[in-house]
Design a binder for this molecule. Structure first.
Ligand code: SAH
Ligand code: F3S
Length: 469
């Protein structure tokens, strides 16, 4: 997914007089920046962070690439395909450098961290390569890029302490926002590049998180998603706060109506967290719980820290405490050594658990991970593809059945705006993260952020279709 972020109203004092804690270097009033974002929600949150940092240095938003003095691509490194897309995009952006050689083209985020100097072997025209822990230095680094034809500026230093405390992300007006509560990951699943490119796990201080949540609420946001790679392992030792404690505090933020979080790690679930989720209506009845495989042998080889039995028990405990909770998951097919039998166990487990939806991926070898070093990627592409499409089919059928059970029910939807397909329809999300589409009611105007009760009349495997009551 690619989003572009508009920073046109970047104003360092816009959030209740809060100030970005930035040294007064690299001030560039009038300079314009355009940031494209790839990958996960944390990257989107990081783009807002960079927007805030640059806003404090006087940068404003470019409405498009043509008018930008600085173009940044915030990248993902989780699978090879994500990186190939960025290389494709970079070769396309070269035309802006041809037209105006002084334009600064930068690559930020996980792929910048992973490839470092070698990124510029394939894209020698890139001026700036910076990793996820170097954003505070962005204005100064951009100053270092001024010289046309100079070597690229590279800053990929990972930092065990950096949580971007005191900074104010630049957010567009909206109803749904993100707050990063944890950076990095300590789990080192054998397939995953994230711990290498985002560094060690750190929890953001609770007062900082609450300040961010309050500033979202003050700006009219109704929903917050708390972000972390293993968000429920969140700990802030200085204040002895765990994730359940944090949720208890976020629930108190005035103005926020819905609280979500992603992604929890199965073994970091505590009975206390389940009880907290069950206790508060504001905490949405939806959980993304990455499983990865239905085979214990594969889970062990992936260094996931649970067995399928333990995962099932956890799902039962959560469903026991919150009966109407919706769940989704992540699965990787074609991990090294995955036999047909292992794969069938994944199919069976998906059929048994019945997630509302699932994100299904083909294994992609990532240099430097344990799997890339020790577990040869033996499966042929054809087998991987066949397993992936069969699994998609299985999950689609399950999703369609689950969605169909909603027909006749009344669901509460937070309106997000007009439906993409028709200006006569509105769309929004239910508490349990299902997309609902319904005709604009005749006698009421519903704005983004408003809630509406919808009677579900029809469903697909991804959408509830109905009408407002
Ligand atoms: N803990 C993180 C995971 C980030 S990666 C979170 O969910 O927020 C997101 C998903 O990408 C993982 O759950 C996994 O299913 C998939 N993934 C990670 N590395 C992969 C790889 N090398 N090949 C294929 N899929 C991968
Ligand atoms: Fe990756 Fe596993 Fe962490 S999937 S982000 S190493 S929990």
């Amino acid at each position: 997914m690619s989003i572009s972020t508009d920073h046109s109203q970047a104003d360092p004092n816009a959030h209740n007089g809060e100030q970005n804690d930035m040294p007064n270097l690299g001030q560039r009033p009038g300079r314009k920046v355009f940031i494209e974002t790839y990958g996960c929600q944390m990257n989107m949150a990081d783009t807002e962070l960079m927007g805030g940092i640059l806003g404090t240095s006087g940068y404003t938003a470019a409405p498009n690439h043509d008018e930008a003095d600085v173009i940044l691509i915030n990248t993902c490194a989780v699978r090879e395909r994500a990186e190939e897309r960025v290389f494709g995009r970079l070769s396309h952006l070269l035309k802006y450098k041809h037209a105006r050689p002084e334009v600064i083209l930068g690559v930020t985020g996980c792929m910048a961290e992973r490839l470092r100097e070698t990124l510029t072997d394939r894209a020698p025209y890139v001026d700036l390569v910076i990793g996820p822990d170097a954003y505070r230095r962005l204005p100064q680094l951009l100053e270092e890029c001024q010289e046309v034809d100079a070597d690229p500026v590279v800053d990929v230093k990972l930092d065990r302490e950096e949580t971007y405390r005191g900074l104010v992300p630049k957010r567009e007006p909206g109803i749904k926002g993100w707050v990063t509560v944890q950076r990095g990951c300590d789990k080192f699943c054998t397939f995953c590049i994230v711990p290498f490119v985002r560094g060690r796990e750190r929890g953001v201080a609770p007062d900082e998180i609450l300040r961010q949540c309050q500033s979202l609420a003050d700006a009219g946001y109704k929903e917050v998603t708390l972000l972390g790679q293993t968000v429920n392992s969140y700990r802030h030792p200085e204040t002895e706060t765990d994730f359940a404690d944090l949720l208890e505090k976020v629930v108190e933020v005035d103005g926020l109506e819905r609280i979500r979080f992603t992604s929890p790690y199965p073994t970091d679930f505590t009975p206390k967290l389940i009880a907290t989720m069950a206790r508060h209506d504001k905490i949405c009845n939806y959980l993304h719980l990455p499983l990865q495989s239905g085979s214990d042998e594969m889970l062990e080889s992936m260094k996931r820290l649970y067995t399928t039995g333990e995962f099932l028990t956890l799902v039962d405990d959560i469903r026991g405490a919150i009966p109407d909770i919706a769940m989704s998951t992540d699965i990787i097919v074609g991990f090294p050594g995955e036999t047909e039998e292992h794969y069938q166990k994944t199919v069976e487990l998906l059929e048994r658990i019945r997630f509302d939806f699932a994100f299904l991926f083909k294994y992609s070898e990532r240099d430097g991970t344990y799997a890339a070093r020790k577990l040869p990627d033996t499966l042929d592409e054809k087998t991987k593809k066949a397993r992936l499409s069969a699994l998609i089919e299985t999950q689609e059928a399950i999703s369609a059945e689950i969605f169909a059970t909603k027909v006749g029910q009344t669901v509460r939807v937070m309106v997000e705006g007009e439906s993409r397909r028709s200006a006569d329809d509105l769309c929004g999300k239910t508490d349990d993260f299902k997309t609902a589409v319904f005709p604009k009611p005749e006698n009421t105007i519903l704005n983004p952020g408003d809630f509406a009760d919808i009677i579900v009349e029809e469903t697909t495997s991804h959408t509830l279709l109905g009408r407002a009551l």
